[in-house]
Design a binder for this molecule. Structure first.
Ligand code: CUA
Length: 187
């Protein structure tokens, strides 16, 4: 065999070896991804999320806790301060939430259209508002004053302009307001 023929056959061997190695890596990757899919599916089915509350988006405005007259802050029959809030493109209802200082406040919020974000700057309140689901968390706000509450999930062209305000007032002021109205907002 002449020399050029020999080098041609050895380079063919080399390229076949490289190709086989990459094929093995790709195959291993596919197997790994499939294993992740199977594991996640089994894990999700075996351990579903502990607390999921659903709500019908189509009847939100007509009945239930998210009707317009029930939005805002109130004191529920158990004596807890509860905020009901609805997010829609591109506003939060109410646009300004009033809460008492130093008291645990239960927030219950949902979306009437697409996914929105609910975050109160300077606190660890940070949640997604997903249509069809109720997001709930309890938070004690300290320090009288106003806090900004921007939407932090991209929800459309008006996303950047979608924000609300949380006004923290002294407990006595809040109680005074609550005596006059069943549902409170800043105005
Ligand atoms: Cu609502 Cu972004």
């Amino acid at each position: 065999m002449s020399e050029p023929a020999q080098s041609a056959s050895s380079s063919l061997e080399l390229s076949q070896r490289i190709e086989a190695r990459w094929a093995t890596i790709m195959f291993a990757l596919i197997v790994m991804l499939l294993a992740i899919v199977v594991f996640t599916g089994v894990h999700w089915a075996a351990m579903p999320p502990s607390r999921v509350e659903v709500v019908d988006v189509k009847t939100l405005h007509l009945a239930g806790e998210f009707i317009e007259s029930n939005l805002g802050t109130g004191i529920d029959p158990q004596g807890n301060v509860t905020v009901h809030m609805l997010a829609e493109q591109y506003a939060f209802h109410p646009h300004c939430i009033v809460v008492p200082e130093g008291v645990p406040v239960t927030f219950r919020a949902t979306s009437g259209d697409v996914v929105h974000g609910f975050q109160i700057i300077g606190t660890n309140v940070n949640s997604m508002l997903v249509p069809g689901y109720v997001s709930t968390f309890i938070m004690t706000l300290n320090g009288v004053g106003e806090r900004t509450m921007p939407c932090h999930e991209f929800c459309g062209v008006g996303h950047a302009a979608m924000w609300a305000t949380v006004k923290v007032v002294p407990l006595a002021t809040f109680e005074e307001m609550a005596r006059k109205s069943r549902r409170l907002s800043c105005v």
